[in-house]
Design a binder for this molecule. Structure first.
Ligand code: PGA
Length: 256
């Protein structure tokens, strides 16, 4: 995993935005895997400001709450439209977000996997990380080979996300999420984490053992995984001096 530590969330986001912008310029019909939550909000703001051409871009979101209609204020459909899609020239038919109201959820999940494959696979997957180490909504003990499916949120995640809903009681218990196996098939994974609240999860993911107890740790097995961190999220890393040196001294031929 390539660990990119920047002083602030803004600077770390800037690195991630440049990476995505370069991809969209090189491959205008790229397939992006997208994430929701507080972490990617800055990234989407920066991508909007770059005025990229999204006409042919295809997107697949990681997850959605079961039981929330798309127009619900706290659905991830609403999040994506508010934070990105309505500000760029993306074609509606190229947007894919799990359907929280799907009647036959296993069938819907199998179709989502087929749609990702039919699009040629995900070129770059944006990821946040939960304080419990989840990626997507793959909570600790998720199968490291899992595909898109139903998951039950942990009490910790429901507590973390209560800020969006106003109270913990309103946070749904169940979600549809891409699986860890699905995420691992993306050609590139780009993990973002900001703030000291994520430091423990990041330290476990980057320098701990690969374990389903910290699902993000599976990224150690991915050939092209980058983590863009601010100083807070990186604060428990044992080898941060090394990661900083590597990034600051990248030879030209190694720039992305
Ligand atoms: P956050 O969520 O960006 O809102 O902290 C990250 C996640 O749960 O993956």
């Amino acid at each position: 995993m390539e660990i990119i530590i920047q002083p602030t969330a803004e600077a770390a986001t800037n690195v991630a935005a440049r990476l995505i912008a370069n991809l969209l310029r090189a491959k205008p019909d790229a397939v992006l895997g997208l994430a929701t939550g507080s972490t990617p909000q800055l990234l989407y703001r920066e991508l909007i400001a770059l005025k990229l051409d999204w006409r042919k871009v295809r997107t697949f979101n990681l997850d959605e709450y079961i039981g929330l209609p798309p127009e619900h204020a706290h659905s991830y459909h609403t999040f994506m439209w508010e934070n990105l899609f309505r500000h760029v020239n993306i074609a509606k038919q190229n947007i894919h977000i799990p359907d929280g109201l799907a009647k036959d959820i296993p069938q819907f999940c199998a179709k989502y996997e087929r749609q990702i494959r039919a699009a040629g696979g995900i070129d770059l997957q944006v990821l946040g990380i939960g304080t419990d180490g989840h990626i997507g909504f793959n909570e600790p003990t998720s199968s490291l080979a899992s595909r898109t499916r139903i998951k039950t949120l942990t009490a910790q995640t429901r507590k973390d996300n209560a800020r969006f809903f106003g109270s913990e009681a309103k946070v749904p218990h169940h979600v549809i999420t891409m699986g860890i196996g699905t995420i691992m098939e993306a050609r590139q994974n780009l993990l973002l984490a900001f703030g000291a609240g994520k430091a423990h999860a990041i330290a476990q993911a980057v320098e701990g053992p690969v374990t389903a107890l910290n699902p993000a740790s599976i990224l150690q097995m991915h050939p092209v995984a980058k983590a863009c961190l601010d100083a807070g999220a990186a604060s428990l890393l044992l080898r941060s001096d090394y990661y900083r040196w590597v990034y600051d001294n990248k030879p030209d031929w190694q720039q992305f």
